[in-house]
Write a protein that binds this ligand. Structure first.
Ligand code: IPE
Ligand code: IPE
Ligand code: MG
Length: 235
């Protein structure tokens, strides 16, 4: 099946901030700071193209193991991003959502995130989903635990558990699976991102480091996507 010209859902592994900084002999945080600014260009490009969902891998569960100063810096950037962008999102018609173990984020981040999600909940132009403290395996573990609880209580019969039911227990319940996954900085791996949801997603790996990824690179990824034949296992 030829891919429809525009993917409904684009997911991005925003990678390469550290290398961008190192190339300029700057601290890693300078790369993260520049990276957080890049988000705006991709959000605009997504809206202009007519994409409905944009999921951004901003911080993985494994990223908690980085040095404390880098983690603190990333959390400060998240807070600043929410301070600066939340009001604009309301005006621009963007709906914000978040997936991951959000209870592990610093309280100030959690509150600002909840507030921004509430304030933008009725927007319909583009849904931006931030993956924060996110692990694809943790997400599946949480879904399995919730199903096991329901089975034990007699609310779910094990033989009725199917793929759709599992999808409905994931953090992404109600969101269509990504059509296109973009990974920047040339790495050829998934890094624990949306393990269940990426089953049939088309993958575009860009050599560009995330802080340099702009509208032009986003458009190139969409062009690459439009040239794909989606098969879903069929002939
Ligand atoms: C991506 O950039 C941002 C996060 C993972 C938070 P990196 O910090 O992983 O940058 P590289 O991969 O070291 O260049
Ligand atoms: C993936 O990048 C996570 C995010 C972009 C938030 P990493 O840099 O953490 O992944 P690895 O270590 O290269 O697999
Ligand atoms: Mg990296």
């Amino acid at each position: 099946m030829a891919a429809p010209a525009i993917p409904r859902h684009v997911a991005i592994i925003m990678d390469g901030n550290g290398r961008w900084a190192r190339q300029r002999a700057l601290p890693r945080l300078a790369g993260h700071e520049q990276g957080s600014k890049t988000i705006q260009a991709c959000v605009e490009a997504a809206i202009e193209a007519g994409v409905e969902f944009l999921t951004l891998y901003a911080f993985s569960s494994e990223n908690w193991k980085r040095p404390a100063a880098e983690v603190q810096g990333l959390m400060r950037l998240l807070e600043r991003f929410l301070d600066e962008r939340a009001r604009q999102m309301v005006k621009e018609g963007i709906r914000l959502q978040a997936i991951g173990r959000l209870d592990l984020l610093p309280e100030a981040c959690q509150h600002k995130l909840e507030q921004a999600i509430r304030d933008t909940s009725s927007n319909t132009r583009l849904t931006v989903i931030l993956a924060l403290s996110y692990s694809g395996r943790d997400e599946i573990v949480d879904a399995v635990r919730s199903l096991a609880r329901d089975a034990k209580a007699g609310r779910v019969a094990p033989e009725n558990i199917d793929a759709e039911m599992i999808s409905s227990r994931l953090y992404t319940a109600g969101i269509p699976d990504p059509d296109l996954l973009i990974r920047t900085s040339g790495e050829l791996r998934i890094s624990n991102f949306l393990l269940w949801q990426l089953s049939y997603t088309e993958i575009h790996v860009a050599p560009t480091l995330w802080p340099d990824f702009g509208k032009k690179e986003f458009a190139a990824a969409l062009t690459d996507y439009a040239s794909r034949q989606r098969r879903f296992g069929e002939v």
